[in-house]
Write a protein that binds this ligand. Sequence first.
Ligand SMILES: [Zn+2]
Length: 236
Amino acid sequence: MMLQTLTLADGQQIPYQLSLRPRRTVGLKITQDGLVVHAPKRIVVHQLNQILQEKSTWILNKLALREANTVTPVCWQAGENMLFLGQDITLQVIESKGKSKIMLVGNILNVVVKDAHNLTLVGKKVMQWYQQEAYDDFVRRVEIFATKLGVTPPLVKLSNAQSRWGSCNSLGQVRLNWRLIQATPQVINYVVCHELAHLKEMNHSARFYAVLAQLFPNYDNAEKQLKQLSPQLHRL
Ligand SMILES: [Zn+2]
């Protein structure tokens, strides 16, 4: 492997690993370390360069996607950035002898604790806050869309599942993953509507999607957004 740099027409520089191999074509892949190029051993530099220029849109898109999916763990210190209803919010930790509390003011999440160095405690407070906000928000949305669908608003429970965003059981209870409160209202509405549509159709048949489309016409787009956002939402 050799470290090379690709310079695009607009001057942007993209570092890449070049690996020369006994092969006929140029292959590109994006790994954790960035762009890796596999090229034939006898390829001429300007020829390789031309191929990479032609593929630059693909390369830039894939690199942007990788960046978006790179998730850094939360460390519960002041200045930490988090997501709430699709917006960036910043954690502010305030030390006070009084009662601990937490409130969102603008895009600053103020956490008042006795010991700002107790990161576990700060983390616990923030997670509790997210779950309370999630519950209140989801109940409100479920009420609105259940009315629209013409059904009695079901009982809402929060879930902590690692892989599912929502579920609906035969008792008509809806479970929604509290992590969704980090997503945009559009994405939350989609998951709410998906689960509510199951109150009419307990399957994923064409009939189910017809009910969903009536309740939430743009579900396709929201589903894609949720998939893209998923690694970010699992940061907490
Ligand atoms: Zn479903």
